[in-house]
Design a protein around this ligand. Structure first.
Ligand SMILES: Nc1ncnc2c1ncn2[C@@H]1O[C@H](COP(=O)(O)OP(=O)(O)OP(=O)(O)O)[C@@H](O)[C@H]1O
Length: 334
């Protein structure tokens, strides 16, 4: 099993007059862990619900393993969406829910489920609706991981879990993914803790695509600079600063934009250290809405096209895409 890939083309999903997904085109590679990032109300749950066939597109296509998931038994048997609510039988004992999932899901691992119940200190005799919020989330994570679906989508499943539980969840996810590769989508607006898990990142805002690319590429879209404040300021002069921290006389800034050829030499001369970009800072920057949260770099509304978007519909960080006349698009040259 290496997982189902996802192809979304010109997808629009409306709730009455409210457009939750607004012309989305993106791919989620099979056999990867993808972070689906976006601010509140950006359309993450709606997109995932459409892929899980909980909802029909208003127009456009959302294909899972090359097929429309709607009333598609094969695709649905290999697709699992766990939403924040847990998506499990609320009035059943946890053990009974696991019995049910075990019968319904071909790759379900009872052994993994029981190991994770122990990890999260969940009593199989307890009923889901009597659990605390964090324990409910943990049980959702147990079901989502143990189902080992070809397309596993975990929609902010860690909400309410305490830090030790969250880290146990991340470890369990990575360990099981390495042993049983599949397509995993983790939706989140809390990035710092989980960005190390992502191989691929999709950022959406207002139901439209801001960015879809390998996480390693995302990390080359900026850098952090650490050192004495005045040296950091000199190094950063003229660059787009999207994050800043100060500890005594030491400063750290996050810069957006590709590294320059002489960065290493300048860093040595000035006595500052360069490091990988802080993805959280990058996310805040990319999703900053003009006039709402402040726009450190003046690039609010920035849109980045996936490299295979021939129409350049959403613009491009390389400046090659046709951002068209959309006034919200700012192109940043490489
Ligand atoms: N059942 C619904 N009826 C009407 N509007 C809805 C419904 N569900 C979502 N919406 C609207 O669709 C938009 C996208 O919501 P969605 O839940 O998909 O976003 P999200 O990115 O998952 O948000 P969050 O991070 O807050 O969970 C929002 O404007 C929301 O108000």
């Amino acid at each position: 099993m290496s997982g189902f890939g996802v192809q979304v083309r010109d997808l629009i999903v409306r709730y009455g007059d409210d457009t939750a997904v607004d012309g989305l085109t993106l791919d989620i590679p099979a056999g990867s862990i993808t972070g689906l990032l976006g601010r509140n109300g950006s359309g993450k749950t709606t997109l995932l619900s459409t892929l899980a066939a909980f909802r029909r597109p208003t127009s456009g296509r959302a294909l899972v393993d090359g097929e429309d998931p709607w009333e598609n038994e094969r695709v649905m048997a290999g697709t699992c969406l766990i939403r924040e609510s847990g998506d499990v039988l609320a009035d059943e004992k946890l053990g009974a829910t696991l019995d049910y999932v075990e019968q319904a899901r071909p790759h379900f691992s009872r052994e993994l489920a029981e190991r994770l119940l122990d990890t999260f200190e969940l009593d199989p005799k307890a009923k889901q609706n009597t659990l605390s919020r964090g324990k409910k989330s943990a049980f959702g994570a147990v079901v989502g991981l143990a189902t080992r679906a070809e397309l596993t989508m975990l929609d902010e499943v860690y909400l309410g879990m305490d830090a030790p539980s969250r880290y146990a969840f991340y470890d369990a996810l990575l360990t099981d993914y390495v042993e049983h590769p599949r397509t995993i989508v983790l939706s989140s607006h809390l990035i710092e803790e989980i960005e190390r898990l992502f191989e691929h990142v999709v950022v959406i805002d207002h139901g439209t695509l801001l960015l879809a690319e390998p996480a390693d590429e995302l990390r080359t879209r900026g850098l952090t600079v650490t050192g004495p404040s005045d040296a950091v300021e000199r190094f950063s002069a003229g660059r787009t600063v999207v994050g800043r921290q100060q500890l005594g006389r030491t400063a750290q800034v996050t810069l957006f934009g590709p590294p320059a050829a002489d960065d290493d030499a300048r860093a040595r001369d000035l006595g500052v250290e360069l490091g990988p970009v802080d993805v959280q800072d990058l996310f805040v920057h990319l999703t900053a809405r003009a006039g709402a949260t402040g726009d450190a770099g003046g690039t609010a509304g920035l849109r980045v096209a996936p490299s295979d978007d021939p129409a350049g519909r959403s613009g491009s960080l390389t400046g090659s895409g046709a951002a068209g006349s959309d006034p919200t698009v700012t192109e940043v040259p490489r």
